[in-house]
Design a protein around this ligand. Structure first.
Ligand code: ADP
Ligand code: MG
Length: 471
């Protein structure tokens, strides 16, 4: 067997009701190095196709039970069999039948009586075609997998960022909660200390107003620089120490945060007397600590809820695939999700048109587009620069423009950036699928348009989406 024959070796099914034809064809094919199966009618042919893969079917047309047309129709209607090459066996005077079969998807015809040279020529061509189709199929499957992995990679990058964003407030809330436990103990001890003295009604009124002040002050902490803060702490500690207040270093930070200075402390001493000063100061500082810590927990958990809300809105969680989409919400949601990449030096300028209507669209897919464009812009600017998001209405279109002041896209690659797998980034950082995916979402899924305009210092991507849901 020559190499050439090995290369064109294939699995071939012969379907013919004429026994002599079957024997002749099978012998010729086997001599040419193919694997051959023979059956005598259409029904058996389909059964055989279901059992194992074939590259080529040699199909007789006139057969009892189920004729060749019916077999051909079944083959072309079946996604698994569609790529099998069908060669119709037919006498030359049956040209009408051959034409009909070609229209139905047959590849070629084999005239009777059979000629081994012609048979070989037709089969070689057919097998080559089949091989290309198989390759194409493998390639398409790979591409689908890669696209999926680009989506996952985007998702991975996003969740890494979001995890980081969530981690800070979560850690802050946890820290404050554990301090809160200590502060509760301190307050109870201070309360006992105060109770020992039995307070006058004036003193009780004074404590109530101090309580009020602690709550208010905790909600709006004083913004002191660290030098002023430590000066004031020193001042307070020194004064308290002079009044024989014990553990005064423990109370000073909170007293400073509440805005106390020596004058205010003197007034406190005047109201409560030297003997009770220790207990009052301990009480004030523990009370303030309690409010301040509760405040911190509330802010941190509030931030966590905000992030979760942004995530929910970004992913259109619990929503139908298409909805009346607010483009501005989508852009803002994307900015919130990408906050970790923006906060170290990207100035975001938002210029949203007030006449931009909601669009009947795939919200979560559009967010992928915004994510890719913003992600690319941040990459291009190496995390430092200006990112501009603009929207406006232009007749029957809504336009979204994403502009960065990075180095621009070199002219010679501008035509390629929408191609799948085109990237200028090192492996691991770029897949080259972001713009291709975005293009398909905008142009194919939404009947929109996607353009780019770039020069050094300004790169601008514009997405146009039809207002009337032209889909
Ligand atoms: N805003 C931009 N500025 C400069 N170059 C860009 C910009 N956006 C995209 N590109 C270029 O287009 C290429 C393809 O982008 P994309 O399809 O998103 O793939 P990836 O980001 O994975 O490389 C990028 O590698 C980059 O060279
Ligand atoms: Mg990209």
């Amino acid at each position: 067997m020559t190499t050439d024959e090995t290369r064109s070796h294939g699995h071939i099914l012969v379907v013919d009701d004429n026994r002599m034809n079957r024997i002749k064809l099978a012998r010729m094919l086997e001599q040419q190095g193919h694997e051959v199966a023979v059956v005598e009618n259409g029904r058996l042919a389909l059964a055989m196709l279901g059992e194992r893969p074939f590259d080529v079917v040699l199909l007789d047309l006139l057969m009892p039970e189920m004729d060749g047309y019916a077999v051909l129709r079944e083959i072309k209607a079946n996604a698994d069999w569609r790529d099998i090459v069908v060669i119709v066996i037919s006498a030359l005077d049956e040209m009408d039948n051959i034409v009909r079969c070609i229209q139905m998807g047959a590849e070629d015809f084999l005239p009777k009586p059979f000629d081994p040279v012609l048979l070989k020529a037709r089969l070689d061509t057919s097998l080559e075609k089949k091989k290309l189709r198989d390759l194409e199929k493998v390639y398409l499957q790979q591409e689908v997998r890669l696209r999926q992995s680009e989506k996952l990679a985007t998702l991975g990058r996003l969740s890494a960022g979001v995890a980081h964003e969530l981690n800070n407030p979560a850690a802050a809330a946890q820290r404050s909660a554990s301090y809160l436990l200590t502060a509760i103990g301190r307050l109870q001890k201070a309360q006992l200390g105060l109770d020992m003295y039995g307070l006058s009604s004036a003193q009780e009124a004074q404590l109530t107003s101090l309580l009020q002040r602690a709550a208010e002050q905790a909600a709006q902490p004083l913004n002191l620089d660290s030098l002023t803060r430590s000066d004031r702490q020193d001042e307070i500690e020194a004064w308290l120490e002079a009044q024989q207040v014990t553990d005064c270093w423990e109370y000073a930070p909170e007293l400073v945060a509440m805005g106390y200075d020596e004058t205010a402390l003197r007034r406190l001493e005047a109201t409560f007397g030297r003997a009770q000063l220790s207990a009052v100061v301990a009480w004030i500082s523990a009370t303030y600590a309690l409010f301040a810590l509760a405040q911190e927990i509330s802010e941190a958990t509030g931030r966590i809820s905000e992030i979760v809300k942004a995530l929910k809105s970004y992913s259109y969680m619990d929503q139908a695939p298409t909805q009346q989409v607010d483009i501005h919400e989508g852009l803002d949601g994307t900015l919130a999700i990408l906050r970790h990449k923006l906060k170290n030096g990207v100035e975001v300028v938002r210029d949203y048109g007030s006449d931009v209507p909601r669009l009947d669209a795939y919200g979560s897919e559009l967010n992928q587009v915004w994510t890719n464009l913003i992600d690319n812009a941040i990459d291009a600017m190496s995390g430092q620069g200006q990112l501009k998001l603009q929207t406006w209405r232009e007749g029957d279109w809504v336009v979204v423009a994403v502009t960065d002041n990075g180095p621009g896209i070199p002219e010679e690659i501008q035509a390629k950036i929408f191609d799948p797998f085109f990237t200028t980034k090192p492996p691991g950082q770029g897949t080259g699928l972001g713009l291709n995916l975005s293009y398909n979402i905008v142009v194919q899924k939404h009947n929109g348009r996607f353009t780019v305009n770039s020069q050094p210092g300004e790169t601008r991507f514009e997405v146009r989406l039809p207002v009337g849901g032209n889909r």
